[in-house]
Design a protein around this ligand. Sequence first.
Ligand code: ADP
Length: 153
Amino acid sequence: MKIALFPGSFDPITIGHHDILQRAKVMFDRIYVSIGKNSTKHCMFTLDERMHFLHLCFDNDPQIIISQYAGLTVDFCAEIQAQFILRGLRSDADFEYEKNIAQINKEIAPSIETIFMVCNPAYSAISSTIVKDIKRNGGNISRYIPKALNGII
Ligand code: ADP
């Protein structure tokens, strides 16, 4: 069985994340969407809120499992028996950042492959950071988040 981990902060999940997941489903039998708890990022939404948003988006999808983890991503992969780490790429900057992490992960855990998916051009400007900025300033974020979250966030 091909199992992938899609790790992130998901603060909050956007249509960019959602699109990567939908497209990745043809490649994997099961995808864990997991919030890494030890990120140094300052989050707008609590861990519980972010988990709740993910559940609302994916609870009716048997291929996707929502979870959270602390510690190294590759250690969590071992725990859930994921052979793949899935990441989305929006830009050169994403690639430079992600390449280093993927190479270090490869050194620590050689059997795990990081798979990059290039984002849909329509979503390349969308980030959780921009969604939060719009929200903080009273704007409408509905077009940037999955439909299941409209009226919730
Ligand atoms: P992290 O805190 O690990 O950067 P994020 O929640 O910001 O986590 O992102 C998780 C993954 O989703 C990363 O691989 C990121 O590059 C990817 N991603 C973020 N926004 C988009 C988007 N608009 N389109 C495609 N992939 C995206």
